[in-house]
Design a protein around this ligand. Structure first.
Ligand code: PEP
Length: 256
């Protein structure tokens, strides 16, 4: 058993409606009643309009709820934005920051991601900060340079107030939603590299920090990935919308 408690977070992205959510929550509840998940922390991250529904349906299950994005600003004339204080006020414990889709589709920079990490930690939220290289960057041998830039932007936060609430998710962009996962060994090498970057800000904090793998995690590859020494769980996209798949992945993490 690893010293860091496993964590599995489901990123629903922009997929949900009230009725299908109810089915998913009901299946998750009954699955959790059947199986002990004592050794894994579980989070679901639906779109903003459904956070309240998720909190209401999952309140007594031990499953925490997170948002998929947060504003770096505390308030103001920012139409469409949602602050960290609002997310915390609603009862969410978690937020995902810097997902590659937000970096590429919404133009979020490393500085934006760092500001969001700071804002969310400042409001007492747990943060999953995502990093990862594109296929072209990997093929050109730039993976470490890209990760260095992305991780270094926020890494100092692990040694600051609330730093123990900062989780990193390594999500190679070429593996997200493609069915093409990194091999366990390749992911482990990259996780070790990320932990070493964090350690520049404090060896003990880096050792305690959880680093999740994301990118086409399925029940079939979860155990192998989670058995790696520096892989502390997963950020799960597509498979988090299928209750049995998500529960099987959580079980794999609990057993790792
Ligand atoms: C994600 O979007 O964070 C993700 C990992 O997606 P998928 O599991 O579908 O590849």
């Amino acid at each position: 058993m690893k010293s860091r408690k496993a964590l599995v977070a489901g990123n629903w992205k922009m997929n949900a409606d009230i009725v299908s959510n109810e089915h998913l929550f009901t299946s998750l509840r009954s699955g959790l009643e059947r199986t002990s998940m004592a050794h894994v922390e579980i989070v679901v991250c639906p779109p903003f309009p459904y956070l309240g529904q998720a909190i209401a349906w999952l309140s007594d299950t031990g499953v925490a709820v997170g948002a998929q994005n947060v504003s770096a600003s505390p308030n103001g004339a920012l139409t469409g934005e949602v602050s960290a204080a609002m997310i915390a006020d609603l009862g969410c414990a978690w937020v995902i920051v810097g997902h590659s889709e937000r970096r590429t589709l919404c133009g979020e920079s490393d500085a934006d991601v760092a500001a969001k990490v700071a804002a969310a930690l400042g409001q007492g939220l747990n943060v999953i900060a995502c990093v990862g290289e594109s296929l072209a960057e990997r093929e050109q041998g730039h993976t470490e340079a890209v990760l260095t830039r992305q991780v270094d932007a926020f890494a100092a936060a692990i040694a600051g107030p609330g730093g123990e609430r900062l989780v990193v998710a390594y999500e190679p962009v070429w593996a997200i939603g493609t069915g093409r996962s990194a091999s366990s060994e390749m992911a482990q090498d990259t996780h070790r590299f990320i932990r070493a970057r964090l350690a520049r800000h404090g060896a003990e904090a880096a050792d305690k920090a959880r680093i999740l793998y994301g990118g086409s995690v399925k029940p079939s590859n979860a155990s192998s990935l989670f058995s790696m020494p520096d892989i502390d769980g997963g950020l799960i996209g597509g498979a988090s919308l299928v209750a049995d798949d998500f529960l099987n992945i959580c079980q794999a993490a609990a057993a790792a």
